[in-house]
Design a protein around this ligand. Sequence first.
Ligand code: SAH
Length: 337
Amino acid sequence: MQNIYDLTLNELEEYFVSIDEKPFRASQVYEGLYKKRFNNFEKMTNISKELREKLSKEFSLYKIKILIKQTGDNVNKYLFELEDGSKIESVLMFHNYGISICISSQVGCNMACAFCESGRLKKVRNLLAYEMVEQLLLIEEDINKRITHVVIMGIGEPFDNYENVMKFIKIINSNKGINIGSRHITVSTCGLIPEIRRFAKEDGQVNLAISLHAPNNEIRNKLMKINKVYRVEDLIEEVKDYIKKTNRRVTFEYILLEGINDSEKEARELVDLLKGINCYVNLIPYNETDNIGFKRTKEWKILKFYDILKSNNISTTIRKEFGGKVSAACGQLRANN
Ligand code: SAH
């Protein structure tokens, strides 16, 4: 049975037309699902009883469930079980500017980045759009508050699940539905060039973040397998093209790893690489895990790296840390499960 949260408003309109109903029924159902948050069709009294019964027979809803919830300082971590028994996680963060959620896009991940805990489990399958939508709906229900920002940075490589991720974005962005503004949505990729090119042609103002983590091929090859396919210089060229086409600012994520990519030399190389590009750099203090040997760069050295970028006019932030205590930090999601 198809899940109702897997349908964009357009698709739902097409469905109603196909059963000789008026297309505006789609907006009515969207209102029931996303504004009123009904968890079954019977409650949707703005449509006929007959139609409600038909929908119940044809569509399922709320098919994933929260197995475990852990809470820490301004952070909740959720372990979900999917219909087929697979497990994924999402992280909720309370900021002064709003509430953000970090969504998983795949069960496992094939990118196998050396430092990443999530990538140690090989990809089992892509998530469908509804499985991403339900992560958000269930967490909002749990906290009884509205999520304002969505980042697709949990387990998985979103551009390795392009269609479903774009569908998910369309669904949560719809003003007839959850209505999260596209500027409040960010997709993070390890740098799949064909999908970056495709993403440049999408409507809306969704943010793009690139996991760069190294200023040259020699270091990036050691950290990210994908660099053997899409090299630093090609990735940067593609990002420049993307900015030219979209006029949008891109974020580069850069995890600082002790003795690997965190020296002054690498900071200066990064400056040269990014000079003149309309971008932010987000420096990420590494979250150590038991299974992987990389160490976190010391704080004074992070600040030094930051200063070098700043003094060369590269917009830079150091990522605020969440979730260390509950192992909800990047790359640690699956470690304990
Ligand atoms: N596959 C996508 C999204 C998932 S990873 C991507 O590569 O961007 C989200 C971010 O968390 C990436 O920048 C990733 O490199 C980073 N990350 C992974 N493991 C981490 C760890 N242990 N500490 C800090 N950041 C980590």
